[in-house]
Ligand binder design. Structure first.
Ligand code: ADP
Length: 403
């Protein structure tokens, strides 16, 4: 079965076409800077001998509709296409960021599901609208395909009320649905499952802490295979220090910015979401550049790296208290999979808790899942590559084939 996964961001569309029975990725691509003067579309076709054919085009793509129509055309392109007819695509899996309390697993999209996603726009104003647009266009471009929504929040729906409620007057939860939802659920769930298989632990028995370090960063405490707490909240702003997001701060800072500095909510929002985190401390949001600067002796970059790792350590301590004893500590996503120095600093001083990194193993990068703990470590420390698109494809496939 040919199955397309679409991940629409506020100005981007990522896509991957799978041949599910053959467990193959046939094609993938990225449309970027949608709505800007110069957008970009990169399309790849994977050949059976491991070769990749690709093309990149810079042109104006005014909205998600135009972008997705171009994706449809590229998938049928004479040279770089992989299908002859849109009807060959039997299912489309959509990443939907916010599923609220309503969705604890993937669902086939119908009018009622779309209304529910729409009703959650207030909780995810930047994400749910492009996700809905992606669904609307995919329904037109691939009319024969079953459309499936896979929610970023779904995995965290197993959190107990004492973990997901904020200690503020209850009307904000009851009337306005303000609570912890958490994000990156697809990634946390996927890497936890992969870790369980790797360790030979039954997935529903796994105790783990997963650490997703991409541009956005979050951690999840997993007890008996279920999310019991997570570091993002109502929004993707709290928790760990991220590329441009502050993570946890004293909420009174917001009153200070408003009352004393006369900043508008819009300005404060921008400051905390786009100008903070690594960027706020060291002027740079990309971890690779931060690490290069640290190696050159840059003080600001060193401070940013220390703060970033310190926050992770604090959360490891907190999550050990609720999900321990742990089978595994899992690092994933761009920084987690690639940065030896971040992993080393994040585990520093945790030896007394049974988390003991082996420096040599941490430096040897190999493909797939890697164990980087010392022999005497009681907790396995794993690097597990995440694959949100594959996870969305598998969940979509399972739903449409079990109907
Ligand atoms: P997204 O959240 O957008 O999916 P990724 O998971 O791709 O992001 O992670 C992006 C982050 O990973 C960036 O901060 C980037 O600098 C970092 N990264 C990628 N490769 C490395 C590396 N070799 N060392 C350190 N950081 C890296």
């Amino acid at each position: 079965m040919k199955l397309l996964v679409i991940n629409t961001g506020s100005s981007s569309i990522k896509y991957k076409l799978f041949e599910m029975e053959e467990k193959k990725v046939m094609s993938a691509g990225l449309v970027e800077k949608i709505g800007e003067e110069q957008s970009r579309i990169k399309h790849q076709r994977f050949l059976s001998d491991g070769k990749v054919e690709e093309k990149t085009e810079d042109l104006a793509i005014k909205d998600h509709r135009v972008g997705l129509e171009m994706v449809g055309n590229l998938l049928q392109d004479e040279q770089l296409g992989v299908i002859k007819d849109p009807n060959e695509i039997k299912a489309v899996g959509h990443r939907v960021v916010h599923g609220g309390s309503r969705f604890s697993e993937a669902v086939i999209i119908n009018a009622e599901v779309k209304d529910a996603i729409h009703s959650l726009v207030t909780l995810a104003p930047l994400h749910n609208p492009p996700n809905l647009e992606g669904i609307a266009v995919a329904e037109e471009v691939f009319p024969q395909a079953k459309q499936v929504a896979v929610f970023d929040t779904a995995f965290h729906q197993s959190m107990p009320d004492y973990a997901f409620l904020y200690a503020i007057p209850k009307k904000y939860y009851q009337e306005h649905r303000i609570r912890v939802y958490g994000m990156h659920g697809t990634s946390h769930q996927y890497v936890a499952h992969q870790a369980a298989i790797h360790l030979g632990v039954l997935p529903h028995k796994l105790n783990a802490v997963s650490i997703h370090l991409g541009n956005g960063c979050s951690m999840t405490a997993i007890k008996n295979g279920k999310s019991v707490d997570t570091s993002m909240g109502l929004s993707p702003l709290p928790g760990l220090i991220m590329g441009t997001r502050s993570g946890d701060i004293d909420p009174a800072i917001i009153f200070y910015m408003g009352n004393k500095l006369n900043m508008s909510f819009e300005e404060i929002d921008r400051e905390l979401n786009k100008q903070s985190g690594l960027k706020g401390v060291a002027g740079e949001n990309d971890m690779r550049t931060i690490i290069e600067r640290v190696e050159e002796g840059d003080q600001e970059a060193s401070l940013a790296l220390e703060m970033y790792a310190y926050r992770i350590r604090k959360y490891i301590g907190a999550y050990l208290a609720i999900a321990g004893p742990l089978d595994a500590l899992i690092f994933t996503a761009g920084v987690g999979e690639n940065s030896t120095v971040v992993r080393e600093k994040a585990c520093q001083g945790l030896e007394h808790l049974g988390i003991i990194l082996n420096r040599a193993k941490n430096f040897q990068r190999q493909k797939g899942i890697q164990e980087i703990q010392d022999e005497v470590s009681t907790v396995k420390i794993l690097v597990v590559p995440t694959d949100e698109e594959l996870s969305i494809a598998e969940q979509t496939y399972q739903l449409v084939t079990s109907e």
